[in-house]
Design a protein around this ligand. Sequence first.
Ligand SMILES: Cc1cc2nc3c(=O)[nH]c(=O)nc-3n(C[C@H](O)[C@H](O)[C@H](O)COP(=O)(O)OP(=O)(O)OC[C@H]3O[C@@H](n4cnc5c(N)ncnc54)[C@H](O)[C@@H]3O)c2cc1C
Length: 287
Amino acid sequence: MPNFDYEAPTSLARALELLSRPGEVRALAGGTDIIDQLKNNRRNADLVVDLKRVPELLTLESNGSRLRIGSAVSCTDVHKFTLEKGGFSALTEAVELVGSIHIQNRASVGGNVCNAAPSADTIPSLLIHEAVAHTASASGGREIPLIDFFAGPGQTVLQKGEILKELVLPASSANTASAYLRFIPRNEMDIAVAGVGSLIEINPSTKVVTKARIALASVAPTPVRAYAAEKFLEGTVIDAVAIDKTADIAVGSAVPITDVRGSAEYRKELIRVLTKRTLNICMERLA
Ligand SMILES: Cc1cc2nc3c(=O)[nH]c(=O)nc-3n(C[C@H](O)[C@H](O)[C@H](O)COP(=O)(O)OP(=O)(O)OC[C@H]3O[C@@H](n4cnc5c(N)ncnc54)[C@H](O)[C@@H]3O)c2cc1C
């Protein structure tokens, strides 16, 4: 492990002051990505700023109209909270898939987002629930729709000295359901070969879809929304034929690479299957 200074501030103001210092300053939340990256020289740091003691980054609350998740809140806490409150099933499912129980106890949803891996499991769920990234820096903060937060594999639009403060998700209306599924070759502790999050809102009497959100993991340099599939589904009466067609269209938003985990063609087929399955789960949840 290379040498670096370490600070664990207990206020946001102090954290932001540290993060704006010259040199390579890295935020640390759970450390499950960054420690490994530093050890293996995939990232370097002069200073590591531990954010886990900053109260403003540990918010976890829902007031009925929105859910606020502080950037340093662990996957375990998000899982417990959303399971109890309901309304964000895809996210509840995604946080429970990250690594293992031990990893989930350390790993934050904010860290999963800021690490910006195309395969990150929480991101499709956050995208379909229309999360907005609220940032903070010494010079102020920004509100960035999550879809605009990613600049490439491992890269975000955060500037030097700017951190993710919290993720804010509007509450879903009634008659809405969401689901997240990923494919990995073994039961756990693996990176998604492909992942799909789906959310639909339907008119219960006509079964017409009034809102559709579909987001894909591991099939592009950044997480992507399957806009064409969403557009097709909105205004359509949902049934098996519509779900099949939506899944076919979603494949068109995937631009995967071939690597050791799977070929591009295999990943596209996974998108078709996982889109179908997540939409069917949504329908079961709405029944
Ligand atoms: C064994 C193992 C299994 C894993 N399995 C999965 C899996 O199944 N699915 C999955 O998606 N991931 C998995 N991961 C990856 C990792 O656990 C997640 O990405 C995790 O959510 C990262 O959160 P963290 O709090 O540990 O982030 P950290 O490692 O603390 O930080 C990650 C990155 O985000 C930056 N960062 C953190 N917080 C902020 C902030 N507030 N503002 C700006 N930048 C910030 C850091 O500087 C760093 O670059 C696994 C990791 C391990 C070690």
